[in-house]
Design a protein. Structure first.
Length: 222
């Protein structure tokens, strides 16, 4: 039986090295390549034709959600497993809509990650236990909180990032956003940087345009 061909896409070298070390003793998984950016992940997937891709969400240039879409557009047989520190419902559903067949948290036990790789390579869909719990909670809460933003617009953003983007679209500066959300200015800056990266925008003006086109910033709701 041929070994599972694996591509590791993550911008942290330590994580890539850790996965390599995890799989060194396995006989059925072979790491055929690595990628440190979203664009590189797409290019490597096209070149190497892996069976499975471990994909980080927060990747430079092209985020992991969009990279997943691009990879599956040209090779729908590839099994993508999103591996991230994020646990927000919007991220889980964005990964699912992009076509990912697995979603595992970076803090997951090594056995869980290996199980996910093998399951996805076999054509199954597998979401880690922590993610499965969040999915259950999400469906249980449907219809209970009308103020929770729908994940259909900018699904790659977390709920907090959507709140920040809504305030940006209303014309608020970082100081005003920090005061309104009762968080530190540094935390606001981190959210804004993440929003720019995920939406692939160059700055605040472009972010406002994208947000308002999507319906954010109207009557104080996003």
């Amino acid at each position: 039986m041929d070994a599972i061909r694996l591509l590791i896409a993550d911008d942290h070298a330590l994580f890539r090295e850790g996965v390599q070390a995890l799989l060194a003793a396995t006989q059925d998984v072979e790491v055929v390549g690595e990628a440190a950016t979203g664009e590189e992940a797409v290019a490597q997937a096209k070149k190497l034709q892996p069976d499975v891709v471990l994909m980080d969400i927060n990747m430079p240039d092209v985020n992991g959600i969009e990279a997943t879409r691009q990879i599956l557009r040209t090779n729908p047989d590839v099994g993508v497993i999103v591996v991230t520190m994020l646990e927000e419902d919007a991220s889980v559903f964005a990964a699912m809509r992009a076509g990912a067949r697995g979603y595992v948290l970076k803090g997951a036990h090594h056995d869980e990650m290996l199980q996910a790789i093998r399951a996805v390579a076999a054509g199954q869909a597998l979401f880690g236990p922590a993610v499965a719990v969040r999915l259950q909670e999400y469906f249980r809460s449907l219809g209970q909180d009308a103020d929770v933003p729908e994940p259909d617009v900018f699904p790659e953003l977390t709920n907090r990032e959507r709140e920040v983007l809504d305030l940006i679209a209303q014309g608020r500066d970082n100081g005003q956003i920090a005061e309104e959300l009762v968080i530190s200015p540094k935390t606001v800056r981190n959210h804004v940087t993440s929003i720019y990266s995920k939406l692939q925008v160059a700055g605040r003006a472009e972010a406002i345009i994208r947000a308002r086109e999507a319906g954010f910033g109207q009557d104080g709701k996003g």
